[in-house]
Design a protein around this ligand. Sequence first.
Ligand SMILES: Nc1ncnc2c1ncn2[C@@H]1O[C@H](COP(=O)(O)OP(=O)(O)OP(=O)(O)O)[C@@H](O)[C@H]1O
Ligand SMILES: [Zn+2]
Length: 458
Amino acid sequence: MGLQLYDTYSRQLREFQPLNPPTVGLYTCGPTVYDYAHIGNLRTYIFEDILRRVLEFNGYNVLHVTNITDVGHLTSDADEGEDKMEKGSKRTGKTAWEIAELYTQAFKADLERLNVLEPKVWCRATDHIQEQIEFIQGIEAQGFTYRTADGIYFDTSRLSDYGFLARLDIEGLQAGARVAMAEKRNLTDFALWKFSPTDQTRQMEWDSLWGRGFPGWHIECSAMSAKYLGTFFDIHCGGEDHIPVHHTNEIAQTQACHGTHLANFWMHGYFLQLDDAKMAKSSGEFLTIQRLVDRGYDPLAYRYFCLNASYRAKLNFTWQSLDGAGTALNRLRTISHGWGEAGIPDDSYIQRFTSHVNNDLNMPQTLALTWEMVKGDLPDDTKKATLTEFDKVLGLQLADWSPITDTIPEEIMALAQQRHQARLEKRWQDADQLRDQLMAAGYSVKDTPEGPQVNSNE
Ligand SMILES: Nc1ncnc2c1ncn2[C@@H]1O[C@H](COP(=O)(O)OP(=O)(O)OP(=O)(O)O)[C@@H](O)[C@H]1O
Ligand SMILES: [Zn+2]
């Protein structure tokens, strides 16, 4: 059986077939760079990384595109409130451009620490203003837009299946509406272009044929995915919160302009929760990768923790489970390091592994299989080779790991051994001199019942 993926659009598992084999177009909605990413955001990027690795494991060539939202995402997803970037600028005292750069770099560094593969294309919203303007013109030409005092809006009532992705009950929504509509014609209408306020200047604004302003949040993804992947490509991903608003509106825009629902598969990662509530920047403890590192955790322990659950299930974060993941990861590292050189992978395990990862990225089953293989009775070199194959998807960097003592150079270990010998023979002067030599080279030595223990002073 081939690769089965759950498609939110059709609400079913579907067999994945690329539109243009062997290439797979993958678009993953990126961060709004007004603050550090929390580990909840990063759970979604780990899920998308597993997806990418599984596609590559199946022999596809993945053209992976991720955007950076550095303008236009307002504090409410419904086009109200302040631009998150301008808000971040006030909070930090830096310009919106400076914080965009700062948090983009911090985000990329977090991904690297989690061994998330870099997309082939990074695209910033502010580098694609012209493409967004042209896309809005396309929508306008099809008659889907109208103008209000604060911007150009998309008329969602013009699409008979608006909201299909989220199975939105439009009539129910309208009836229960509590929010002021201002000049919006329908509750679900959204901004394509917002005008700059007349009484204040924005840091990020551009001229357009409609007036000076900035793009709405959703248009960047329709415009940039069309530029890099075409107007109908293989897979589009994001977190579950993107289903009812952001992705629904991306689809509406592309449908209006190009008549497609943008991607063949829509896939969504479910939330990381803290005390049974969504982890968010605005509420609860703001946990970043750096916070975990400061508390002595390896970022890859967090990756392992995420692999314990299906991407389609909410996952509760606890320190205890992170400890458990860290312990399991270290056991895996130590055991596999002890196996020595790799031989040839075991076919039957590789087949079972493939069927688990191809079963909608079933990581809990995959981890269980990994431990079954590790504890089983295959020869060590076969185990090593099999695990190395598995790790192409798990991404735990097992082959790169070695115990700290392995990094002590041989000549230093030899000096420590000579000192040990001198001590046994009670040649105290020689022993002290050898210790000084080790110190000068940047190492300290501790005498333990098991013999000398050498540590780097770095
Ligand atoms: N708790 C969470 N668990 C998993 N994914 C999340 C969580 N919160 C947000 N995401 C996802 O993280 C990605 C980046 O989102 P973005 O940078 O816009 O964060 P955000 O929406 O500002 O975060 P927050 O909602 O915490 O303020 C999106 O795909 C989003 O769906
Ligand atoms: Zn998007």
